[in-house]
Design a protein around this ligand. Structure first.
Ligand code: ADP
Length: 735
């Protein structure tokens, strides 16, 4: 029996009574309501062991197609081998060797960390969790909503979770709920639940008015390859050094010409340079449609309406190899809240290995998919894929086992880990501004609605020089705890995957613990921290006694001090949202843009309101051309940011872009502050009779304070703007 199964058996024994207790509680059948949506996944996995036809795994064409999926029976024992955190290595700065077979009570007490193989012992810092820093000192809507949730959570009653839309995360979710002794509602519930677990999108169920949903509105759209590239590029313009972890990218088809010209120039300047590029379709996942090229003329572009939206990206030619194989890291990140920004990173992740030894790209090997692409979903079909119950061998391993191995070779993994944390925080800072626009559109302040959180899957490559590079962020990382296995030649079925279970159940369970409506909020300190290099322990509340310490580590606001200066676009987004006008809108109309310019006093004799209108039309037209499937007219956030950069450049010519933007932000914010002071004083007398929500809205929404003609014009803008429908939703991807 492998180490893993020894551990699982011990754990099973320990969990038996725990599991039985949970089962006894059962599911409240009366409260279950069938879910009408055809997409609802209400039944447990098909118990019959279905198989799928074999496929040609030897196909080495780099362009890949979607494959069918099958499920196999999960034995009761397998289901009950509740995913504990069995990692031999506890991340956060240092590698830990944990004794094999530690039980569920074991975690959270390690202070002395051994680096196996090196004989190193690190003293962990004993810390409580009281190091929060808040960026926004006043309570905001999201916080208030969450606190209302705490009030509703009656002491003693189990937390309720609607799992009717959980789809492929169902198995891992059920195990997590069982470990927490919470109550699941597989068919939904007539009364409100505390937590709603959606398998794909915020919109899986649009009828939620309270509680918490595990998806943010707009996350799928925001993390598509083009949008992510755009968001990171904006940050690269402001902070080129801080954002050098994302490969240089061009957006197709609109930047095709630019791409060709730039590469030609690079090659003309230095004939020895021979870069490779990777082309990724915008909506693709699991390696679908990806190919490598060495020359812009090899781009497979289609013309007209068939022009494929894609990102072409500099290919990292020298990745770090282990056992001569390329691999990437799947890191789980919890975005706990947008306002205030709260980010947690899972200390344990997965690594996915290629199945053909790596060689630097050459014309001959460009199409070797098993050499260049680390996607699990591709490599699992290579004859060389190694399924292993051990966490440190095989084609899918735990991140800790890989870091342990690197540490044993003398690699400074503390540095690698803190670079990874920085990459995650910076990426979040890049995407949060637009997420806030989606959020206010779907859950306008003052209207009933849930709060949101989301687990994201960061795909990270380490270069030969140990620099983490961001490949992409998945809004729906696969939470499957089974994997496809060829059980007979050409016959595949899903079998339990201990490595997946260990990692993913821990992530879901601890996400739930953090989102527990009765969870004690940690106290908030005034200063952010440096990313520490030692391991930490985390506090547990007394009722969590039987559970391991959290496998999720808070990184923001904890490290606010180091990263807060990057949040410039978010401040621009705050202005944008403030002037958007009618709530529920994502695009700014010309009137609202004029109001912004006037209110912030940005026009003058050199920059007339006519020029303002021309600027609006020019930028908006260009951006709507780059988003052919957008059904909404008006100026989106990205276009507004471009306009803001332009205005900043005009006004503060002598400064560099970053300083120009900071200066204009300060100017606008000062104007608004002085005006809101005046408005506030003016409204005090008449607002006494108004409900609080109306008063609050009035202060933040210039349209409500604006003269009637302006309000009318603004609602005309609004009528033009149909709400952006979510585009095709991506299925959960393991990659
Ligand atoms: P998908 O969503 O289709 O999985 P990814 O962006 O994750 O697309 O790319 C698929 C795989 O291609 C990655 O897992 C990685 O192995 C490889 N890859 C992607 N981008 C790069 C890059 N810039 N340099 C080197 N390898 C890359």
């Amino acid at each position: 029996m492998s180490d893993h199964y020894v551990k699982v058996n011990i754990q099973l024994e320990e969990m038996k009574s725990f599991g039985e207790d949970a089962e006894k509680e059962g599911v409240d059948a009366e409260e279950q309501v069938p879910v009408c949506s055809p997409s609802a996944s209400v039944s447990p996995p098909d118990p019959s062991s279905t198989t799928i036809a074999g496929r040609d795994a030897s196909n080495t064409s780099i362009t890949c197609k979607h494959r069918g999926k099958s499920r196999s029976k999960l034995g009761k024992d397998d289901k009950n081998s509740c995913g504990k955190h069995t990692s031999d290595v506890s991340l956060h700065g240092s590698v830990v060797s944990a004794p094999v077979g530690r039980n569920l009570n074991r975690l959270g007490h390690d202070r002395t960390l051994h680096i196996k193989g090196t004989g190193k012992i690190l003293q962990g810092k004993s810390e409580t969790n009281g190091n929060y820093v808040t960026v926004h000192p006043s309570k905001n809507i999201q916080e208030t909503r969450r606190e209302d949730g705490f009030k509703h959570a009656k002491k003693g009653r189990p937390v309720t979770v609607d799992i009717s839309k959980a789809k492929t995360s169902l198995e891992a979710l059920k195990l997590s709920i069982k470990q927490l002794k919470w109550k699941e509602f597989p068919l939904g519930r007539r009364a409100a639940c505390d937590i709603y677990w959606h398998g794909v999108s915020f919109h899986d169920n649009d009828n939620i008015v309270s509680g918490q949903v595990n998806k943010f509105p707009g996350m799928i759209e925001m993390l598509r390859k083009i949008n992510l590239s755009r968001a990171v590029r904006t940050m690269q313009e402001l902070f080129p050094e801080e954002y050098d972890f994302y490969p240089r990218s061009w957006i197709l088809p609109e930047e095709c010409q630019q791409f060709s010209t730039q590469i030609r120039m690079v090659k003309e300047n230095d004939a020895t340079v021979n870069p490779t590029f990777i082309v990724k379709p915008d909506g693709g996942s699991q390696g679908d449609g990806i190919y490598l090229i060495r020359d812009p003329s090899d781009l497979k572009l289609m013309v007209g309406t068939q022009a494929k939206q894609a990102v072409v990206q500099e290919y990292i030619q020298r990745p770090l190899l282990i056992d001569k194989l390329k691999f990437d890291i799947r890191l789980y990140v919890l975005l706990k809240s947008l306002e205030p920004l709260e980010i947690y990173i899972a200390k344990e992740g997965l690594t996915r290995f290629c199945t053909e030894p790596y060689q630097e790209p050459s014309q001959k090997n460009l199409s070797h998919v098993f050499m260049h692409l680390t996607n699990y979903s591709l490599n699992v079909h290579s004859g060389n894929f190694v399924h292993s119950d051990s966490q440190s061998t095989g084609s899918k391993r735990t991140l800790s086992s890989v870091l342990y191995r690197l540490a044993a070779k003398g690699v400074d993994i503390k540095k690698v880990w803190s670079d990874i944390i920085a990459l995650v925080i910076k990426t979040a800072i890049a995407v949060v501004p637009e997420l806030r626009v989606y959020y206010q559109c779907d859950i306008p302040p003052g209207k009933p609605g849930p709060t949101c959180f989301q687990i994201l899957g960061f795909d990270i490559l380490l270069t030969k020089n140990l620099k983490p590079v961001l490949l992409e962020v998945n809004s729906n990382p696969s939470m499957r705890i089974e994997h496809e296995q060829e059980v007979a030649p050409g016959v595949f079925e899903y079998v339990p995957s201990p490595v997946d279970e260990d990692v993913k159940v821990g992530v879901i369970r601890d996400t739930l613990r953090l989102m527990d409506p009765g969870h004690k909020k940690p106290s908030i300190s005034q200063h952010g921290e440096e990313i520490p290099m030692e391991a930490e322990t985390q506090e547990r509340s007394p009722d969590e006694g039987a559970l391991p310490s959290l496998c999720l580590k808070q990184v923001y606001p904890k490290y606010t001090k180091q990263f807060n200066y990057l949040r410039l676009v978010e401040r621009i987004a705050s202005l944008f949202i403030r002037f958007l006008g009618v709530k529920g809108n994502m695009r700014m109309g010309p009137t609202a843009f004029r109001t912004f310019i006037r209110t912030c006093k940005l026009s003058n004799s050199n920059f007339s309101m006519a020029s303002v209108d021309i600027l609006y039309i020019d930028i908006t037209r260009r951006w709507s051309g780059t988003m052919p499937d957008s059904r909404e007219a008006g100026m989106g956030l990205q276009a507004f940011v471009e306009a803001f950069f332009y205005l900043a450049g005009r006004r503060f010519k002598s400064l560099v872009l970053r300083e120009q933007v900071v200066s204009l932000l300060q100017l606008c914010e000062a104007q608004l502050e002085s005006q809101s002071g005046v408005e506030e004083r003016r409204s005090v007398s008449c607002s006494r009779a108004m409900p609080r929500a109306v008063r609050t809205l009035g202060l933040t929404n210039p349209q409500l304070n604006s003269p009637a003609p302006l309000r009318r014009a603004s609602s005309q803008d609004y009528r033009l703007h149909q709400r952006l429908k979510p585009r095709t939703l991506r299925a959960n991807v393991e990659n």
